[in-house]
Ligand binder design. Structure first.
Ligand SMILES: [Zn+2]
Length: 334
């Protein structure tokens, strides 16, 4: 176990394929409540969490991200389960480690934005936010996480606090923003915000969540040019457009706002996501994965597009059902 290559060593050699989207996928499977989106399934249905990790692993994911997104004290308090916080965090890390061990994958501890940070009151916010990060990072380190993914930030200030806490733990850091608007809420262009993180010692910077492939490339290109460190991209597999650039803006034809539980008509195909993986790789993105909406079939298609054979490739589609197969199935046949 201790001989396995770390995240930075792997990134130096090749693209690392990640996989996220646990909240959305486990919500669809009936184990998570949409709205609060707290990962209670870790305690209430651990076998479901383990199974999803395993499906991602078989599909080619090289990192098992501990399911601790929104498992910070503020959010746990909101659903009346603050008392369970340490057990939930430690259990999530142990489940991730158990499955990672089945296939030589790495374990990432996971932090999310807290919604408690206000850039107009940085010092006051930091007093609230920092301890939330500190306890989650302490548990992640004690449970043997290989590195930390801190994600969905929309304030550079909050991301920098998370980075500082991770740096103090000695673990490598992957810090990503969710670029909904043109700038962070504290007014920095996304590439500038990423450069600020790099300057403070972040190992991997980039984006996750919010935008689909179509509306994320421009931002990614700027980030790639702005930093020398590794870049991560984990978009959502939804059909976002210049008019509706992030999935919270997508509108269902009959139901109004499609986010977060009527998004199905906007899902992209596995072929779209395979195309994204190649485009991101060719752009020089180093850590490639998916966020909300992600599922194992996408990850397998992304892995295979990059020339990899993964355990689940054994059940990859028969050529006759592929939409672009020469002599393959047509929609007009019977
Ligand atoms: Zn997401």
């Amino acid at each position: 176990m201790k001989n396995k290559k770390g995240i930075l060593e792997r990134l130096k050699q090749d693209v690392v394929l990640g996989a996220e989207g646990y909240l959305f996928e486990l919500e669809r499977r009936g184990y998570i409540k949409a709205g609060p989106f707290v990962p209670e399934a870790v305690l209430d249905h651990p076998s479901a969490v383990k199974e999803l990790h395993r499906e991602f692993l078989l599909a080619g994911a090289e990192v098992m991200v501990a399911f601790t997104y929104y498992a910070h004290r503020s959010r746990m308090r909101r659903i009346g389960r603050e008392i369970d916080i340490e057990q939930l965090n430690r259990t999530a890390l142990r489940i991730a480690a158990e499955v990672a061990g089945e296939g030589g994958a790495l374990v990432a501890g996971n932090l999310s934005e807290t919604w408690m940070y206000d850039h107009r009151e940085h010092a006051k916010s930091e007093k609230i936010v920092r301890p939330l990060f500190e306890e989650q990072i302490r548990w992640a380190r004690e449970e043997g996480a290989d590195f930390i993914i801190a994600e969905t930030f929309d304030h550079a200030g909050e991301a920098l606090i998370a980075l500082d806490v991770i740096r103090q733990s000695g673990l490598p850091s992957c810090i990503t923003f969710t670029p909904l608007r043109d700038t962070t809420r504290d007014g920095y262009a996304w590439d500038d915000a990423c450069r600020m993180l790099e300057d403070k010692g972040a190992d991997i910077v980039g984006i996750n969540c919010g935008r689909g492939p179509a509306t994320v490339y421009g931002i990614l290109e700027k980030i790639r040019k702005a930093v020398k460190c590794f870049v991560a991209a984990q978009p959502v597999p939804y059909r976002t457009t210049p008019e509706r650039p992030y999935f919270q803006k997508l509108e269902h034809p009959d139901r109004g706002c499609a986010f977060p539980v009527a998004l199905e008509p906007f899902l992209l195909t596995r072929f779209d996501m395979a195309g994204f993986a190649l485009a991101a790789r060719d752009m020089g993105v180093n850590y490639i994965g998916l966020c909300c909406g992600g599922a194992p079939h996408y990850i397998r298609a992304m892995a295979e597009a990059m020339g990899r054979k993964v355990p689940a490739s054994r059940y990859s589609p028969d050529k006759s059902v592929m939409p672009d197969a020469p002599g393959g199935k047509t929609c007009d046949g019977d």
